[in-house]
Design a protein around this ligand. Structure first.
Ligand SMILES: O=C(O)CCC(=O)C(=O)O
Ligand SMILES: [Fe+2]
Length: 348
């Protein structure tokens, strides 16, 4: 059978009473988690109208004059909220900086909150742009969508718990309490059709850092998922209203590598502007990630020592920005005849 992009699963049985349909959903999700940790869902409860309003916010923000975007630059915070220029991150060693610009949003955490004072995982106040038609609508829509993503992530985790034979509320007992998550608005300008595919990426091949990612794509394609069985990149053709769901590195570690955090990338060769909205669910920063039950055969050792969510997610994040800085220094070095800086392989 030819390899296909992540299957589209109907999530609606999760909200219904049909036990057989629920069991099928759990079985399908399990197969995907074992295969490459990627699936797509329709039949969720996020209103299409809210998705559309959110995508409109994304487009309006990136259409702002550059100086207005830079007024809310994320470098003005140490907690990574706000605008990020094109080319700020390298997610694939050996490629040029990623051809995307972004805007980061998270929980509105006041500077008096312990998450802020203890510098927990990107926690702090958001930065909100000015110059939009209705700045307060941008803010309220963004936060409404952010909350809807939290709810959907928790529902997906209930199903994932069941795929491992765990109680439905397994993750709700601590992991999802006061959980940290990041919503990211992304814009990928069109890349030249004859561009060097090997070196230019919208986002270089990478795996995500956290537990689960929920991605809304607009109608322009470009996302590809690595298929290890056939060694090829499979296009994830956008399906209106669907979420691409994938497991991140922390979940893979948590499951003793039973479930997969898989490589994916974006190359925007469509000739059109591409927009997407990933939501990265990290979890409670103090929660300790230690091999989940039912993830080891009799007598099999744990592969990893326990680590907090903060420890697992925080480190990978820093590495990907360090690589882009190193690349820029290397260029400068070449121009001035200075010493070359080697771009390190990135552990993401
Ligand atoms: O834009 C996309 O389709 C994918 C984005 C992504 O993989 C990421 O931000 O980690
Ligand atoms: Fe990703």
């Amino acid at each position: 059978m030819p390899a296909t992009a992540p299957p589209i699963l109907d999530f609606s049985p999760f909200y219904g009473t049909d036990a057989q349909a629920k069991a099928k959903l759990v079985g399908d999700v399990k197969n995907c988690c074992l295969h490459n940790g990627f699936f797509q869902i329709v039949g969720h409860k996020v209103p299409a109208e809210l998705q559309e309003r959110t995508i409109n916010c994304v487009k309006e923000f990136f259409a702002l004059p550059q100086e207005l975007k830079e007024k809310v630059h994320k470098n003005q915070t140490t907690w990574n909220r706000g605008y990020e220029n094109l080319g700020s991150q390298i997610l694939e060693a050996g490629t040029q900086p990623d051809q995307k610009e972004g805007f980061y949003i998270g929980e509105e955490i006041p500077t008096t909150h312990s998450y802020f004072t203890q510098k927990k995982l990107n926690s702090g106040p958001n930065q909100w742009p000015v110059g939009l038609a209705d700045p307060s609508a941008f803010q309220s829509t963004s936060m409404e969508y952010y909350k809807a993503m939290h709810a959907l992530a928790r529902d997906v985790l209930v199903v994932i718990a069941q795929t491992l034979g765990l109680a439905e509320d397994y993750f709700e007992k601590g992991f999802t309490k006061d959980a940290v998550a990041t919503l990211r608005y992304l814009h990928y300008p069109p890349q030249q059709k004859d561009g060097d595919e090997k070196l230019k990426r919208g986002i270089g091949a990478h795996t995500d850092f956290g537990s689960v990612t929920l991605l809304m794509q607009d109608e322009v394609d470009g996302l590809q998922v690595w298929e290890k069985e056939t060694s090829e990149w499979l296009d994830v053709v956008p399906t209106k209203g669907a979420y691409v769901v994938n497991l991140g590195n922390m979940f893979m570690r948590w499951s003793n590598d039973r479930y997969i955090s898989n490589l994916h990338r974006v190359i925007n060769k469509s000739g059109k502007e591409r927009y997407s909205v990933p939501f990265f669910y990290s979890g409670n920063p103090d929660y300790v990630i230690d091999c989940l039950p039912n993830c080891r055969a009799e007598g099999e050792e744990k592969k990893y020592p326990p680590i907090t969510v903060e420890g697992a997610v925080g480190g990978s994040y820093k590495a990907s920005y360090g690589a882009a800085e190193a690349w820029k220094k290397e260029l400068e070095g070449k121009k001035t005849g200075g010493a070359e800086v080697k771009v390190e392989a990135i552990a993401v």
